[in-house]
Design a protein around this ligand. Structure first.
Ligand code: HEC
Ligand code: HEC
Length: 202
């Protein structure tokens, strides 16, 4: 009996550990300089193809770009996400981005797969081709960031499986820079320091 209870307690814990979760520990304080340095790294991540290929604007064209695609181009096969952002108006993203098995992202040039719906973010979260200052102002504006403060942004980053994919894309794709944990830490430092952006007038 004792053994059974032990097993019941340990099984969910083991599954949790395998899910590569991150720690969310905001610092007690952070200076504007530290915040700006953290922002610089956040921008390197946000502007990387593993993120910006999806974070496109109202025209709804996902991008193929980065080391594995050569020159930046629109998603092949005339794919458009439409207003639904999931391609409901034409060809749904899930037609190709749907597999749910271990190793589905190993082969090059396969449609990336995650165990949640593959779709574009809202058009207000447009990052593709935008400058550091533009994305910085967007990401601190609750009207354009899904109403999130830095803690909510950090926990969103952890809970979103697309992000776990962006750091372990497989198939020869270059992962987003730093690590998910380092990115979350930077978001926390940036938030605690007061969300500074380059060019702010103090
Ligand atoms: C497959 C497409 C896709 C990729 C790739 C992607 N995202 Fe997103 N992202 C989304 C969707 C969809 C949402 C909206 C989810 C929500 O609001 O619940 C979102 C929302 C966000 C938000 C919330 C704030 C906002 O502006 O709406 C952040 C922060 C974010 N993504 C960061 C990232 C980062 C960092 C990367 C790369 C490491 C990335 N995303 C890659 C689809 C993507
Ligand atoms: C007909 C199949 C198909 C459909 C439908 C489709 N995709 Fe893709 N997608 C692919 C393939 C294949 C690739 C990989 C191309 C390669 O690596 O050469 C890809 C790659 C991508 C990438 C690039 C990922 C990266 O950074 O490496 C994004 C972003 C993307 N798709 C978004 C979408 C969205 C959003 C939709 C729905 C609006 C969608 N796709 C619909 C087949 C499809």
């Amino acid at each position: 009996m004792k053994k059974l209870i032990f097993a019941l307690i340990l099984t969910p814990l083991a599954a949790f550990a395998e899910g590569e979760t991150v720690a969310i520990n905001p610092p007690v304080s952070a200076t504007t300089e530290e915040g700006l340095a953290a922002w610089g790294r956040i921008y390197e991540v946000a502007s990387h193809p593993r993120c910006s290929n999806c974070h496109v604007g109202a025209d709804g064209y996902p991008m193929w770009s980065g080391p594995s695609y050569g020159k930046t181009r629109r998603h092949g096969m005339n794919i458009n996400a439409g207003e639904s952002r999931v391609g409901a108006e034409t060809v749904p993203c899930a037609t190709c981005h749907y597999a749910r098995f271990e190793g589905a992202n190993d082969a090059p040039h396969m449609a990336p797969q995650v165990a949640m719906d593959w779709m574009l973010p809202p058009a207000e979260a447009e990052w593709f081709g935008k400058s550091s200052v533009e994305i910085c102002n967007q990401l601190r504006d609750p009207e354009r960031n899904g109403g999130r403060d830095f803690r909510a942004l950090a926990s969103h980053l952890d809970h979103d499986l697309i992000l776990h994919w962006a750091w372990t894309p497989g198939g020869g794709r270059e992962p987003a820079p730093y690590s998910l944990q380092e990115h979350v830490n930077d978001v926390l430092v940036w938030g605690v320091s007061g969300y500074p952006c380059e060019g702010d007038t103090q």
